[in-house]
Design a protein around this ligand. Sequence first.
Ligand SMILES: Cc1cc2nc3c(=O)[nH]c(=O)nc-3n(C[C@H](O)[C@H](O)[C@H](O)COP(=O)(O)OP(=O)(O)OC[C@H]3O[C@@H](n4cnc5c(N)ncnc54)[C@H](O)[C@@H]3O)c2cc1C
Length: 596
Amino acid sequence: MPYTAPLKDMLFVMNELANLAAVSALPGCEDATPETVEAVLEENAKFVSGVIAPLNHAGDKEPSFWHDGQVTTSKGFKEAFRQFADAGWQGLQHPQDFGGQGLPKLVGTPCVEMLQGANMSYGLVALLSDGAIEALLTAGSDEQKATYLEPLVTGKWTGTMNLTEPQAGSDLAAVRTRAVPQGDGTYKIFGTKIFITWGEHDMTENIVHLVLARTPDAPAGVKGISLFIVPKFMVNADGSLGARNDAHCVSIEHKLGIKASPTAVLQFGDNGGAIGTLVGEENRGLEYMFIMMNAARFGVGIQGIGLAENAYQQAVAFAKDRVQSRDLAGSSGSVSIIHHPDVRRMLMSMRAQTEAARALAYVGAGLSDIAHYHPDADERAANMVIYEYLVPIIKGWSTEMSESVTRDGVQVHGGMGFIEETGAAQHYRDAKILPIYEGTTAIQANDLVGRKTVRDGGKVAQHLIAQVRATATQLGELDGAEFASIRKSLEQGAADLEAVVAFVLANVKSDVKAVFAGSVLYLKLAGIVLGGWQMGRAAVVAQKKLADGAADASFYQAKIVTARFFADHFLTQSTGLKNAIVDGHAGVLGLTEDQF
Ligand SMILES: Cc1cc2nc3c(=O)[nH]c(=O)nc-3n(C[C@H](O)[C@H](O)[C@H](O)COP(=O)(O)OP(=O)(O)OC[C@H]3O[C@@H](n4cnc5c(N)ncnc54)[C@H](O)[C@@H]3O)c2cc1C
């Protein structure tokens, strides 16, 4: 079943919910006219469906493989990457000064969704390069920018992110890789990094590794980590490639999913030391890496949405085709399974969650653009804190969502879902990595509680809750049971989220474990309420379009039905989640270690 980009829904969300018009009016974003945006999305959809999607299942069956320090990527990937780079897709969101197209994040995000939805293994190489580019733009020296940015932005080279070590996963304070200054401005890097996505491959002539390491006198913990550029091949002053650096891929992992994406063990410095240059200042590496991680975390959330969309499309096609059992209310004969209410429930659940997560993420992208391009510093700061509050939710909630959507995708297929040929099983397997890498859901939830809620005394959370209530009020002014139902659930959701924020603030000092016992549930609750808020906003817009006699009535009616489904089936979970957070910590923490 081929992947079809959901362009109509993407454009609806961009225009009606994420305020593309306001983003396009920002200085630096003028190129994002409605005509250009539509043309870019259509062109991207064509490329992704025609070139990238067909490699997805084949890459799963014939993964990239390691031989003698080299990685041969799955068939067709190298040629597809050349086409991707030559067409300028890697540089879509990056500055024109370095060979990019300088389009806003709100326009880049649907393109990322299409790429990731069509083929996550492939999409990862572009995602990691995006992160490396962001980090260098923010913290790189002029010389580093001049050397590395254009090749990365144009897809001549790719980038990687080297944080994880055998003893340092979620806890980066445990990083041990060493960086020894050589007195000439360079450092020699020694250590082992594991799980490095696209850490070695044959698609480009060079790979730019961004590596976390410690200098000799660095303080312990996260305050003593620095960031280094360690290229696979050294780069000469004229940009040509020099000697092979002492950074080698000693193996790649055999994995549950994303099999075409090589996950490398990289050994730095076994033959005298890998040469690296410091990015920014010593001991500020984690701070810079967070820039990269925030971009990557947002991107991983988008991967979840793209994958969920693909799984949904496939499940719908199967449900319309597979004939089994009689219609409950029909007279005779078997029908396609889409006639059975429970299959409908699963399809609606897949659809509604995907749409809600997409809307929330695209709204986040629009906020990020305002935070970067708005001429007024206060506006930039105000939008940045909201965007930053949303990042762990977009990452954590959208990826947990994709796991549940792809699981339903298998279930809709029945036994055929368990058989690899349909591709439904691959989506489910691929989805499992999403709530793990770039910080597990628990790590996102820790961020949501600590940095994003406690640090500002719940200010941003309250601001968003007030906006949820304003949408509920708008819904209350519309006639119809569907709007009343969404309003009621949204109001309850806002009240539950408010109660949880109050609980977090009141208890974080006196009973920190009780608060963190419910941190992932808080993230889930925030996702449901804020996603439900976007669905409520979509319903308000759709109702107006219908009242104005919009041409595509079916699309807008479906929006309202889907928003109601989300409210009835997901927003209604808010009180249960709140109770589990506020009252449930005793059960979480009640057993002694010996009792497990
Ligand atoms: C396919 C793949 C690709 C990857 N790509 C990269 C990459 O490109 N670059 C890179 O640097 N790394 C990469 N990683 C590593 C990935 O980011 C880590 O696996 C992830 O951060 C989790 O670390 P860990 O595996 O050590 O698990 P652990 O940290 O050991 O976690 C185990 C469990 O404990 C929980 N836990 C740990 N600490 C806490 C805490 N403080 N609070 C609550 N719960 C906690 C976790 O949520 C998890 O459930 C990749 C991993 C995989 C599998």
